[in-house]
Design a protein around this ligand. Structure first.
Ligand SMILES: [Cu+2]
Length: 102
């Protein structure tokens, strides 16, 4: 029954929108560009010279981010160009994903 199937899909999309899940997903996948300036595994901090971070409404700058998951820093190298996501959590800017720039 194609019509019923389509209706269910529309309902699912509407529910996701109502819950704000789609905007959360959009933010989570909105990666920013940057270059690693300093890595401090002892304090789980990373300094990144970053481009615009749209989800944080932040212009380009060099700044220190926290990392909640220290394993994100295992593969990071100073001077490396990266793509990353950052979020504001409890008043701190936290890098939640980090990968080498393509
Ligand atoms: Cu910044």
């Amino acid at each position: 029954m194609p019509f019923l199937h389509a209706s269910r899909t529309l309902l699912a999309v509407a529910l996701l929108g109502a819950l704000g899940a789609t905007s959360a997903w959009a933010q989570a996948t909105d990666m920013s560009n940057g270059e690693i300036r300093k890595i401090d595994k002892a304090t789980s901090k990373i300094t990144i010279k970053h481009g615009e971070i749209k989800n944080l409404d932040m212009p380009p700058m060099t700044m220190v981010f926290q990392v909640r998951d220290a394993s994100l820093l295992d593969k990071a190298k100073t001077g490396e160009k990266v793509r990353f996501t950052a979020e504001l959590k409890e008043g701190a800017y936290v890098v939640t994903a980090l990968e080498a720039a393509p």
